[in-house]
Design a protein around this ligand. Structure first.
Ligand code: LLP
Length: 425
């Protein structure tokens, strides 16, 4: 995280707040989010892509504070459910700056999106075109993007690749489904087709897949012009920009993305005699990933087989990513200094599953012991938002740090919360 520092007493501080103090005030496990880092990431995107629209992908992490920060930073918002839409609107996030996604938007979600007046709705299947048109009041036109699949395999893990032919998202260019959707939207007087969308996948570190997607989609815009005599003004290349989970890794910076993608779009548009479309990007992880840290307390240390296990008070319910995607993380001791040399540990969780691992074979001081705090870096994206209550463990709180102060954004889920929805006997 941009503002992680070592304090005079050897503790780790984020946003100027020592992690031991956070553990004392809010308990463990706790998600800590560095507001400064989030805001700086937004600004980095804005300055790398001054003419583009930057829509933060809310699925990475959303809370009322987060939605307010995005509003204040002039970001747009990508939402993919009625719940995310409701959260955004509850803090007055401007509906015009919201893009509604989803491969299975229910009639109720479409209705809500239209009622709230969201800026754009992204069509993901042919059937929803007529259903959506029927919901739009007679005196309005709903702006629409069509999500296409450019047949590109990119993304850190097969489960987070979304632009190939054999997966559920978008409409295939190759099969003609995308072209069919475009024709149908153009025939609907209550819908206004403003562009094409694609999302390649997630945790992508290289620019090549984006350049390829940009060229493919600009070519599609030209084909639409030739077929339908309309020039669509927008090109949404989705999100997926990789971040550095481990030291020595780089991720995909907004500058590197901007340099190559803007060139690809401009060149292809010029070659086809098209005006340069306005770019939309939807980074989620790249905005909030490195800003997050999860703070755990060590409960037990156990020598088993060939390794030493460190069991902490959280696990796959607050971080399912190792089990789902084989994700790896950097861990460090917090709250005290150790003069011991490093030793290899495997950090495991509190859950009743062998696959409940947080970090395998990581180096930590050899005297690591119960009661110690450990901090897992780069847990801001897809941790709180994917948390579950498995084993009836309440979800951790979210604490924001900013300018040497910590404040609670989302409180810890307690036993009473866990039983509140259980209404039958
Ligand atoms: N736009 C669309 C249409 C998306 O589906 C997604 C992510 C994004 C933008 C943002 O992608 P990002 O920039 O955050 O990579 N749970 C997985 C990630 C799933 C992402 C799904 N869609 C993980 O923990 O890695």
């Amino acid at each position: 995280s941009a503002t992680m520092r070592t304090t005079a007493t050897g503790d780790v501080a984020i946003g100027g707040v020592p992690l031991a103090e956070i553990a004392r005030r809010f308990g463990t496990p706790t998600y800590v989010i560095d507001e400064t880092d989030v805001r700086l990431r937004c600004r980095a995107y804005k300055s790398a892509l001054p003419d583009a629209e930057i829509a933060y992908a809310a699925k990475a992490f959303l809370s009322r504070a987060m939605a307010s920060w995005m509003r204040a930073e002039g970001m747009s918002l990508d939402v993919c459910s009625g719940g995310e839409l409701a959260m955004a609107r509850s803090v007055g996030f401007p509906a015009q700056r919201i893009i509604m996604h989803g491969n299975a938007k229910t009639p109720a979600e479409l209705q809500k999106a239209v009622d709230e007046g969201v800026g754009r709705i992204v069509v993901d299947n042919i059937g929803e075109i007529n259903r959506l048109a029927a919901l739009v009041p007679i005196d309005r036109r709903q702006k629409v993007l069509v999500r296409v699949t450019p047949d590109i395999e990119a993304g850190a893990h097969p489960k987070i690749r979304t632009a190939g032919e054999d997966q559920k998202f978008g409409l295939s260019i190759m099969s003609g489904a995308a072209g069919e959707a475009v024709s149908r939207v153009l025939r609907q007087p209550r819908l206004q087709l403003v562009g094409l969308h694609c999302h390649l996948g997630s945790q992508i570190d290289s620019v090549e897949p984006y350049e390829l997607a940009a060229r493919t989609l600009v070519s599609e815009l030209a084909r639409i012009r030739d077929t339908h005599h309309v020039v669509l003004p927008e090109l949404d290349l989705g999100g997926g920009h990789g971040i550095a989970y481990l030291p020595g890794k780089e991720g995909l910076s907004p500058e590197r993305f901007a340099d190559s993608v803007l060139t690809a779009i401009t060149e292809r548009a010029a070659g086809l005699g098209l005006p340069v479309p306005r770019l939309i990007v939807e980074p989620g992880r790249a905005i909030v990933g490195t800003a997050g840290t999860t703070l755990y307390r060590v409960v037990a240390v156990k020598h088993g087989g060939s390794r030493t296990f460190v069991a902490v008070d959280g696990g796959m319910s607050d971080n399912p990513r190792p089990a789902l995607y084989g994700a790896r993380y950097a861990v460090r001791l917090a709250g005290r200094v150790s003069r011991e040399g490093p030793r290899s540990f495997t950090i495991v969780g509190h859950h009743c599953e062998t696959g409940d691992m947080i970090a395998e074979d990581v180096q930590l001081p050899a005297d690591l012991r119960p009661g110690d705090l450990v901090a897992l870096a780069a847990t801001g994206a897809y941790h709180h938002s994917m948390a579950s209550t498995y084993n009836l463990m309440g979800r951790p709180p979210v604490v924001a740090v900013h300018n040497n102060r910590a404040r609670l954004l989302v409180r810890r889920e307690v036993d009473e919360d866990l039983m509140r929805r259980d209404v039958g006997l």
